[in-house]
Ligand binder design. Structure first.
Ligand code: PRX
Length: 659
């Protein structure tokens, strides 16, 4: 973000007071900030009391072996019991847990907590029958159907860490995750509905299984949900229908209590190298953090609220704020399978109207695309049930914030701009809807219990009005415990930069305004944020270089009105490939789609004769970003060959580039 945009942002002087009604009945009040700061461990112990523990902890936090934390040491609990059974036992079995809505109209399914308990118990029994034991990893590659939630909770119930892989990822991406965490079983479906059509999923699993075998890892079983009814290849030794295995299983299942630090799941996310990082979350701390934040930041009133988070279950937001947080809190929520514009553009708003949604959580990229379509569409629906709106995944520009509040929220609803990461597991910086005077564009302050700072290179806090690196200065219960199988990378990535201070380095740049409120500006490393999804420049570069015609590639995230950032690639072809042929750009885009998935497809690919490099051979992405964003190219004095930028510009002018 340029200094000019930044100072414009910081001149933002619109403020929104919390509505009196919400302030009066707020779950969390202003006093919590001080109380938590005075005795963080006591505060977190109080939050952990929200859960049902089979055995109480002896120690809230063991931070002796930094940066490897243990929370609620000695405590034992079952995450699935906490999300399901205890609500049934408390007499709330008839309360709807999930209003599931399929993309095809009139394809809906309501699951009460009692029904969810039966389904999860059956699935847990079926997984045990398939040979899944405590500690075994199970991969879940499913569309947004209720079975995705059931499968996750069933895994948690038997202590088998799940790894959910976004259904939009390719077989290549799936297989690298299967191998990395050595998944024993994959749960998938024949396909799912997107934009009115049935899209297949099972073939990608078959391919990924073959690719994994080639690398010496055997996936033993594939459990397949029938969703679309499309034809699937079947291997009797491996494939099992969900409706055969699960429907036949007993609804009786006694959940076992696991150690608070028992692994709950591994979620892969992009880092600065080509290899995704398996972020490990454990049970007690994660559930405490997600339950607390879901209750505090969304001011959840489980008896009356209807909550809807539009995130896909394949991302951390789907884990923390569709599965574990809301269900631990006994919420009633909406889960929608498809895209916002199917069968018509008002689909989301119709869902809000039909189900009386009161709390809605989505991403700025979606808001911006609705803004483009104009307010006439949402204006057709009655969304007066809404009382709180949330935003996540990337900075929300003030205009999008205002539009969201006014058009969707009828100018009544607070907007909570929530900053967090796959690694943090829970919301860390956010307004509180009943306490904070909201500022469009600012995530405001760390929530009670959380300590964050903006620091300079030396690790010192910057004064108000200045920018720097965003760090977390104290441990929190739902913090990642490590990177699966790679403690060294865990230390290097997050804890090495500010080792002396012991701070967690988030990888984001941020600014404190004159009031000390935080504005998160985006990544300072080689990680891009496309539509709120994290992508690694190196990962896409590796994908491009794996194409036989490509010699070298450099990828940058360039500003994009719709998606926040977009993937722009600069590619040098191999000599023998000549000019690559007429369809080279299309060919390379397709290749990236196959290697990673459609979200990584470059918006723009430029075939260039050279790449700008420093004398030590490092690609200067900053200069490429200037080109991609159509800016005058910045300082080139550190370039090994300063004529390279001219060559690139000439190459682009002469043709082989595509928007
Ligand atoms: O750069 C920040 C951005 O998204 C990154 C985390 O991405 P991921 O792990 O995929 O998790 C996304 C959902 C939590 C952060 O490092 N980000 C997330 N929320 C915000 C944000 N940037 C600005 N404002 C936010 N509210």
């Amino acid at each position: 973000m340029s200094e000019e945009t930044l100072s414009n942002l910081l001149k933002e002087d619109r403020r929104f007071e919390p509505p009196a009604e919400i302030a009066e009945h707020a779950n969390l009040r202003a006093e919590a900030y001080d109380r938590a700061a005075q005795d963080p461990e006591a505060f977190w112990a109080e939050q952990a009391e929200r859960l049902s523990w089979d055995e109480k902890w002896d120690r809230v936090l063991d931070w002796d072996d930094r940066p490897f934390a243990k929370w609620f040491v000695g405590g034992r609990l079952n995450a699935s019991y906490n999300c399901v059974d205890r609500h049934v036992e408390a007499g709330r079995g008839d309360k709807v847990a999930l209003h599931w809505i399929g993309e095809p109209e009139d394809d809906t399914r309501d699951l009460t907590y009692a029904e969810l308990k039966d389904e999860v118990s059956k699935a847990a029994n079926a997984l045990t029958e398939l040979g899944v034991g405590t500690g075994d990893r199970v991969a879940i590659y499913l569309p947004m159907i209720a079975e995705a939630v059931i499968a996750m909770l069933a895994c948690a119930r038997i202590g088998a860490p799940h790894t959910v892989v976004f259904g939009g990822f390719s077989s290549e991406a799936l297989s690298s995750r299967l191998v990395d965490c050595q998944a024993k079983v994959v749960i998938t479906s024949d396909g799912g509905y997107r934009r009115g059509a049935a899209a297949a999923l099972k073939p990608a699993v078959d391919e990924a299984r073959a690719k994994s075998s080639a690398q010496g890892h055997t996936v033993e079983k594939v459990l397949v949900v029938r969703r679309t009814g499309q034809d699937v290849e079947w291997n009797d030794d491996v494939d099992v229908w969900w409706h055969d295995a699960v429907d036949a299983a007993s609804t009786e299942h006694t959940p076992e209590a696991f150690d608070a630090e028992h692994p709950l799941y591994v979620m892969y996310t992009s880092g600065t190298t080509g290899k995704p990082k398996g972020i490990l979350h454990t049970t007690g701390g994660y559930l405490t953090g997600t339950s607390y934040t879901h209750w505090a930041v969304f001011d959840l009133k489980p008896e009356t609220d209807v909550y809807w988070c539009s995130a896909d279950i394949g991302w951390v937001t789907g884990h923390s704020y569709m599965v574990y947080g809301p269900l631990a809190n006994g919420a009633t929520q909406v889960m929608y399978e498809g895209t916002p514009d199917s069968p018509e553009r008002g689909r989301w708003w119709k869902i809000i109207q039909d189900y009386g949604v009161t709390i809605f959580y989505t991403a700025p990229t979606a808001i911006r695309s609705f803004m483009k379509q104009g307010r006439e569409i949402p204006d057709r629906y009655d969304m007066s049930s809404l009382r709180i709106l949330g935003s996540v995944g990337e900075p929300i520009n003030p205009e999008a914030y205002i539009w969201y509040r006014q058009v969707i929220g009828g100018d009544r609803t607070p907007v909570v701009d929530t900053w967090w990461q796959t690694e943090t597991g829970m919301i860390m910086i956010s307004p509180l809807p009943g306490v904070t005077r909201g500022k469009p564009g600012s995530a405001m302050t760390p929530i009670p219990g959380v300590s964050a700072e903006v620091v300079n290179e030396a690790g010192d806090a910057v004064p108000n009005g200045s920018g720097g690196y965003l760090v977390l200065t104290a441990p929190w219960p739902s913090m990642l415990r490590t990177i699966w199988g790679d403690d060294e990378r865990f230390i290097d990535t997050y804890w090495a930069r500010f080792r002396d201070q012991g701070y967690y380095f988030a990888g984001d740049g941020a600014k404190k305004d004159d009031d000390g409120d935080i504005w998160v500006l985006g990544r300072v490393d080689d990680v891009m944020n496309v539509s709120g999804h994290r992508l690694s420049t190196t990962e896409i570069e590796s994908a491009l270089v794996s194409h036989p015609k490509v010699a070298e590639a450099a990828v940058v995230g360039a500003k994009d009105e719709d998606t926040g950032q977009a993937v722009c690639a600069f590619v040098i072809l191999r000599e023998e490939a000549g000019d690559g042929g007429e369809d080279i750009v299309a060919e390379l885009r397709k290749h990236v789609r196959q290697e990673i998935g459609p979200i990584a497809t470059p918006r723009q690919i430029m075939i260039v004769p050279e790449l700008p490099k420093t004398r030590s051979g490092k690609i200067m992405r900053r200069l490429l970003k200037d080109v991609a964003e159509h800016r005058e190219v910045g300082d080139v004095t550190t370039l090994a060959d300063s004529s390279v930028m001219d060559m690139i510009s000439e190459g682009i002018d002469s043709g082989k580039a595509e928007d």
